[in-house]
Ligand binder design. Structure first.
Ligand SMILES: C[S@@+](CC[C@H](N)C(=O)[O-])C[C@H]1O[C@@H](n2cnc3c(N)ncnc32)[C@H](O)[C@@H]1O
Length: 252
């Protein structure tokens, strides 16, 4: 999801990011081990002082990263800019409070002990100004010592995707063909995500911007976070130049 408008793909409907995709998202993500992702977030947060208190899943999508938190009895809410993704989340998790809002300008009028974000959501922020606005908003929603933990693709990770070109196959009854490339002019990774289902075919065009360790640390410090640490996804290993995805943990 981004502020970038979508592009037309010949022959198929070309909706905005995370709209048509919402109805097939859970089938495409069926193999993702959200339990493990969520556990990493909780372990890292605990290491940095989290001892209970309300959680916010930023870019919660269809709510898959909320379920493991609920299973641990934690009070968790979700925020997302896509009504279509939220509609799926609300149907799955009717007792959870969801906020329809944009990372760059949300004001929920309350504070959380831990804000977390999973699976590339923050790569949808395509420049420093929007990432900075998001980080300042997160900080404004954290209590003293509150924590922000998220994953983000590095530029090396996105390069690997576009060098890989096309990924295609079946996810349950959804045929997908996702074409990765690099938009030289805008210096952004681009995914043209074609899906064909019984309900019809569509192509959504998504852009992502890579965030490398020094860059993300600088942006979070500029937003007022005092302690920022990065490690490699999935297990928190030391970051190397080849690291494709970071875990980032910041304390307010
Ligand atoms: C790749 S999905 C990840 C969803 C979920 N976290 C997961 O792990 O399945 C990215 C989500 O971020 C949301 N998103 C992207 N940009 C956003 C923005 N600027 N403000 C709020 N939500 C945004 C999209 O609507 C989408 O649901």
């Amino acid at each position: 999801m981004s502020t970038v408008s979508n592009e037309h793909a010949a022959g198929v409907a070309s909706p905005a990011p995370f709209t048509a995709l919402a109805r097939v998202y859970d089938r495409i993500m069926a193999d993702i081990e959200y339990d493990e992702w969520a556990q990493f977030v909780l372990d890292k947060a605990t290491e940095l002082g989290y001892a209970g208190g309300p959680l916010l899943d930023l870019g919660c999508g269809t709510g898959n990263g909320i379920i493991p938190m609920l299973e641990q009895g934690l009070p968790v809410e979700g925020l997302d800019a896509s009504e279509a993704m939220l509609a799926v989340a609300r149907a799955k998790l009717p007792r959870v409070e969801f906020h329809h809002a944009n990372f760059e300008e949300f004001d929920l009028g309350k504070r959380y002990a831990l804000v977390y974000s999973l699976f590339d959501s923050l790569n949808n922020l395509l420049d420093d100004a929007s990432f900075g606005a998001m980080a300042r908003n997160v900080r404004a929603h954290l209590g003293p010592g509150g924590l922000f933990v998220f994953d983000v693709n590095t530029t090396a990770g996105l390069e690997l995707l576009w060098e890989g070109g096309v990924a295609s196959g079946w996810a349950d009854d959804v045929y997908y063909r996702w074409e990765h490339s690099f938009d030289e002019e805008r210096q952004l990774a681009k995914v043209e995500a074609f899906c064909d289902t019984a309900e019809g075919a569509f192509t959504e065009v998504h852009y992502e911007r890579g965030y490398d360790p020094e860059h993300v640390i600088r942006l979070l410090r500029e937003a007022g976070f005092e302690h920022v640490e990065v490690s490699a996804h999935p297990d928190g290993a030391t970051v190397t130049p080849e690291t494709e995805r970071l875990w980032v943990a910041a304390r307010s």
